[in-house]
Design a protein. Structure first.
Ligand code: FES
Ligand code: FES
Length: 155
């Protein structure tokens, strides 16, 4: 069964007809053309697919696209560009928090949600905020450093 909907992503509204069973991740990547959000486990375990829906982090692999109707979705493309990076993106690069980069968009979206709620998180709070994001390259220490430095810059 299909459903006509307006999907608001990064400030642009996309009129779409989507199967009601499709997840937000596949619609973002295949219909909207925003491939920054990654598909990892496809089972709500790794956080590679993390986006914000009305500012709240969600695993888009486990969130129906139709649930996002009437809400504002933010993906990694909505945070910054290569020429005008968001402070979290810039600090991830600077601190060496990016290795293969597959987990990076999801990590950054979780960090953005965390810092929006808590601009001055402790190390423990950053760890908890990123606990739903796995990095197979195990670069956690540099990721934590990057987010700590980004928090200082954003404040
Ligand atoms: S792809 Fe969604 S949590 Fe892993
Ligand atoms: S940088 Fe490779 S999975 Fe995290």
């Amino acid at each position: 069964m299909t459903h006509e909907m307006n999907l608001a992503v990064n400030g642009t509204t996309y009129p779409l007809t989507v199967d009601v069973s499709r997840n937000l991740l596949s619609v973002l990547r295949e219909e909207v053309g925003l491939t920054g959000t990654k598909q990892g486990c496809d089972d709500c375990e790794c956080g590679a697919c993390m986006v914000l829906v009305d500012g709240q982090p969600v695993n888009s692999c486990s969130y129906l696209a139709v649930q996002a109707g009437g809400r504002e979705v933010t993906t990694i493309e909505g945070l910054g560009t290569a020429d005008d990076m968001h402070p979290i993106q810039a600090k991830m690069l600077e601190a060496g928090g990016v290795q293969c980069g597959f987990c990076t968009p999801g990590m950054i979206m979780s960090a953005q949600a965390l810092l929006s709620d808590n601009p001055n998180p402790s190390g423990e709070e950053i760890r908890i905020g990123l606990s739903g994001n796995l990095c197979r390259c195990t670069g956690y220490q540099k990721i934590l450093q990057a987010i700590t430095e980004a928090a200082v810059e954003i404040r």
